[in-house]
Design a protein around this ligand. Sequence first.
Ligand code: SF4
Length: 240
Amino acid sequence: MGKFTAEQISELNNSLKTPDQVLKWTMENLHPKVALASSFGAEDMVLIDMLMKINDKARIFTLDTGRLNQETYNVMDEIKDKYNANIEVMFPDTREVEEMVRVNGMNLFYKSAENRKLCCGIRKVHPLNKMLTTLDGWITGLRSDQTENRSNTARLEIDEQHNSMIKVSPIIDWRWEQVWDYIKSNDIPYNKLHDQGYPSIGCEPCTRAIKPGEDLRAGRWWWERTSDKECGLHMDHGSN
Ligand code: SF4
């Protein structure tokens, strides 16, 4: 049972109009049992900057799958240096990874969708769930135009998938251009993969640059044909 009723969340969605208002409410009501789940993509940079201006003790965590790009580690350190932020890095369970690659190989994700989901489950979903069990709320950089699945997401939701905690998506209604306007006008660090045509940041072997005009998530698991390419972090609405 969560801390807030569906009616309260609905009222808050009506009264909190801007990302800043949403984050201030979140910090006042849920800190320190709330944290931003960051993959260090452009949306997360915006939220980190907003959060640090509200409270520099705001919690940020990330899932280090062991397969990230060097550019992602670089921006992680830039954020740490700029804001003196304490980034909580979650790693997968060593034994689960060892068993998975022993049976299926290092590049199992290319062989089948089942293998890909197994890898995302062990490297992302299990560490995420472990972290979320310690919190009352989590903050995400979801935007509704990322996938069809995310089009119904509200700024504040009761996350039935995760023990009815509060899921906070402050920039859910922002467009990609708004994200970049914020990054540029506030002169904040960003993942340099974006300069190479990557709109979406994920694991190195599973993410690639997109061509002009392609869907923003076309570079994720590009060898799969399904339109619903999620990794299980946001099952009801959409992933990072
Ligand atoms: S994105 Fe690829 S490497 Fe990363 S956890 Fe999922 S399948 Fe594994």
